[in-house]
Design a binder for this molecule. Structure first.
Ligand code: B12
Ligand SMILES: *[C@@H]1O[C@H](CO)[C@@H](O)[C@H](O)[C@H]1NC(C)=O
Ligand SMILES: *[C@@H]1O[C@H](CO)[C@@H](O)[C@H](O)[C@H]1NC(C)=O
Length: 437
């Protein structure tokens, strides 16, 4: 009788304590297959964040992953496969990074996490120079903007950097850690519209990793532990009535904190249930790669204890058809605001735009009619999150000044999706506003 019960339980309970419930296995598998499809069809360079998502899935397409890794290595070893010293004395070669370029802290961190998640592990010498570069970037990221009080890139990327070095068991200077702890204590993590969940979660993952490192002293370990506790309390507080923590896209990162600290109880279960209800909202490879980890009960920290066992090469890609458009039209009011210093005027554009129903904001921008004597113009840059709006009506947002083109609804609330994913309804107003973050 007990044996039968135990067997029944084993069949119903997921293999890992934080994994999605067994009833959701099919949905989770289809989600991973969609990510695989996106990774295969993307015309862009291989992305380290996506590679991590593929590696931490339960099922794999092993030969595809091998090719993907090769592409990644071609890109990153070209940039970071030689010493800093060589880079500060550039003599030949143009591919290489030099020490003057903007730090690429986040992508390099994800690349190192990806290398650590590879089976069999790659030749350790390939990691040596990228690790040195990442340490250098963390210093530079901070020093370059000390008077601003924030890293040159973002706290999100800075946290990823600390996390990746920790997962590789590389020492980081205590000051590098302290900067992040101070930011946590002073609640400096914020994203647009005050949603700090993504960044808080990644910082907490870095703290949770460091806390367990042998070389960390007792006093610092206690501080790190306290920071993880505070963050978890804030994440629980940020949980909405529907179970999401922040929004659908920050929920998987918040869940990773509970996974990494083995506290997959009430808040976690509600978040998982909510995430499972929102799987269809995920359309970009970057956000899907983050979600795959949580759905499989894994976190970026799981990479540290990954063992190469036999992996299931059973995943086949799903390619989704683009959404059908029309037959009716929607009409949307498009407003372009420029409230920062250096703008020619406050209002750069205000007009009604028509497009077939189901069209994305990007489609609408393409269909926007001229106003006065001027055509409507804009530019985007491809990222793994989708196209990022960089310039509107000739006004480029300058990242150095922490400017970006923010997408808002009529009520002034920030949209939770990029231009290719957001599909306005008939009668909606969309505001593009040059904002500071
Ligand atoms: C930091 C950040 C920003 C910063 C980036 C600047 C900087 N120097 O770091 C700023 C404030 C500019 C920003 C803007 C936006 N963001 Co943002 N951002 C993030 C965050 C916290 C980290 C991104 C990161 O560094 N990734 C790691 C690096 C290594 O990857 P990367 O590819 O190099 O990242 C760059 C680009 O992808 C780009 N980027 C940042 N956000 C977005 C969003 C979209 C849709 C696109 C296409 C690109 C993009 O900036 C990154 C840094 O250069 C993520 C959280 C997350 N869970 O991923 C949200 C996140 C990606 N952002 C999001 C959103 C919604 C936006 C906005 C659309 C908000 C708005 N209403 O205006 C805008 C983009 C508008 C536009 N112009 O197209 C969502 C995307 C959800 C989705 N469905 O895909 C996320 C997941 C947050 C969330 N939980 O909702 N963001
Ligand atoms: C939809 O709008 C386009 C212009 O964007 C127009 O050419 C077309 O005739 C409209 N279709 C309908 C069904 O109203
Ligand atoms: C506006 O766009 C149209 C069509 O692309 C082009 O023929 C025209 O020259 C443009 N006008 C201006 C002022 O740029």
């Amino acid at each position: 009788m007990w044996l039968l019960l135990a067997l029944l339980q084993a069949a119903v309970l997921p293999a890992r304590p934080c994994e999605a419930p067994a009833e959701a296995a099919l949905a989770v598998r289809a989600f991973a297959a969609r990510l695989l499809g996106l990774a295969m069809e993307s015309g862009q360079d291989a992305d380290p964040g996506i590679y991590v998502g593929l590696r931490l899935g339960n099922e794999h397409d092993l030969s595809m992953e091998q090719r993907y890794l090769q592409n990644l290595q071609d890109t990153f070893q070209g940039l970071y496969g030689r010493s800093l010293h060589a880079a500060s004395h550039p003599s030949h070669g143009h591919q290489h990074r030099d020490t003057d370029s903007v730090p690429e802290t986040g992508r390099l961190a994800l690349y190192l996490l990806g290398l650590r998640a590879t089976c069999p592990p790659p030749d350790p010498t390939t990691q040596r120079f990228p690790v040195t570069w990442l340490k250098y970037y963390l210093e530079k990221d901070w020093a370059g903007s000390r008077h601003h009080g924030h890293p040159l890139t973002s706290y999100y990327q800075y946290s990823l950097g600390v996390l990746a070095l920790c997962v590789h068991h590389k020492r980081v200077r205590e000051e590098v850690i302290q900067r992040l702890l101070v930011a946590e204590q002073h609640r400096r993590f914020r994203h647009v519209d005050g949603n700090a969940v993504d960044t808080e979660a990644v910082a907490a993952l870095a703290f949770a990793c460091l806390e367990k490192e042998k070389h960390i002293g007792a006093r610092l370990a206690a501080e790190l532990q306290a920071a993880v506790h505070r963050t978890k309390a804030r994440l629980v507080e940020a949980q909405r009535a529907d179970g999401l923590i922040g929004n659908a896209f920050s929920t998987p990162l918040a869940m990773q904190v509970f996974i990494a600290t083995n506290t997959c109880r009430t808040a976690y279960g509600r978040a998982m249930a909510a995430l499972l209800r929102h799987l269809d909202s995920f359309t970009s490879a970057a956000t899907m790669a983050q979600a795959v980890l949580a759905l499989n009960g894994r976190s970026y920290l799981s990479i540290a204890s990954m063992q190469c066992q036999e992996e299931l090469g059973t995943l086949t890609p799903i390619f989704l058809e683009p959404m059908p458009l029309g037959p009716h039209n929607v009409t949307v009011r498009l407003v372009v605001e420029c409230p920062v210093l250096g703008c020619p005027q406050q209002l750069l554009y205000d007009s009604l735009v028509s497009a077939p129903a189901g069209a994305s904001l990007l489609d609408l921008l393409r269909a926007a009619p001229p106003q006065g004597s001027k055509n409507f113009t804009f530019e985007t840059q491809d990222t793994t999150y989708g196209p990022f709006l960089t310039s509107v009506q000739g006004m480029a947002a300058r990242p150095k000044e922490r400017h970006y083109w923010q997408l808002l609804s009529r009520l002034g609330t920030s949209l939770h999706m990029g231009v290719a994913d957001y599909r306005p309804k008939d009668g909606n107003t969309v505001i593009l506003r040059l904002s500071e973050w």
